[in-house]
Design a protein around this ligand. Sequence first.
Ligand SMILES: [Zn+2]
Length: 386
Amino acid sequence: MSDLDTTKDLLGELIAYPTVSADSNLELIALLANRLHDLGAEVEILADETGSKANLLARIGPDEPGGIMLSGHTDVVPVEDQDWTSDPYRMVERDGHLFGRGTCDMKGFIAAAVAMAPHLAGKQLRRPVHFAFTHDEEVGCLGARNLSDILRDRDTKPGLAVIGEPTMMRIIEGHKGCCEYTARFTGLEGHGSRPELGVNAVEYAVRYTARLLELREHLRHRAPPGSEFEPPWTTINIGRLTGGHVHNVIPGLAEVDWEMRPVQEADHRFVREEIEAFVTRELLPEMRRVHPDADVITQVIGEVAGLEPMEHNAARDLVAELTGANGTDLVSFGTEAGLFQQIGMSAVICGPGSIAQAHKPDEFIALDQLEQCLKMLHGLTDQVAA
Ligand SMILES: [Zn+2]
């Protein structure tokens, strides 16, 4: 059986598990774990705190640092309210395309990686190859966060990560982060004629917003030299500001929804620290002078780390060598790559299929994309073989 046929068969099996982020992925993880275990891989199933989801970590080759990690998420987005031509959870082949939920985002890459595993298992390897298959990527990279927490402290942590999100096999070495917050202001209601007796939550929310806009101006001057992001700096957007009821009542509650898209982790920390300091040093003391129970609570809705383009990136260089691609790009979508970069791995995104088909009805992957991916993985096998 050709590697492409093995990949297709396995992909068909993976598509049949409706691993929407909200639901369990344990059966699919078990299938992949068994397959890798049967090849002699060292396999770990790392359950989350609910016990209904798990990450899979497997290793073929020596138990040493510096290995290469092939990484993909097992969850898919829902199909509700989408008009599919055929059952999204039964893969169909038509005109050189495989249709089904998750074919390109991103079970196709997982199937190709596992289909190639027998070649790795049959050789003496100079450096280990790891498989990392995660849960809950589509809802904020929760699985990869758990996984990176575990890997951070391991002496045998992989050195390189290849994240197979659909890029049409182009090499992607950067994307901005995406961090979303809701700030809730609790003041004290009162009559509009006596503002000094109340704590006007809307007014404090406005001052908070104004401070964010000042920080946004600072961010423009912090763009890394040569940044190719569009725009080149970290941005902030105020998405929603609500509070109050009528003209003559001091509002007791207000909310601000805002997001930041950092081009570098330092900007992320800078904004968080500055806005936090503004709240604790300026807003809260004033609010609590009138009403001790007044509060400002910033809830983290999601923080997806960016992937910072680096001058030295071993993962990028390896994939460039394997695919023969010249040049790299940046993308506007977020991935798990930044989390792995933050724990000291070099990371790159390169995988089969197009992001244009992801999350859509009749999602598909082209067979020639899978073939290109298999070619890259073959090259990798030759690279790591002794
Ligand atoms: Zn994805």
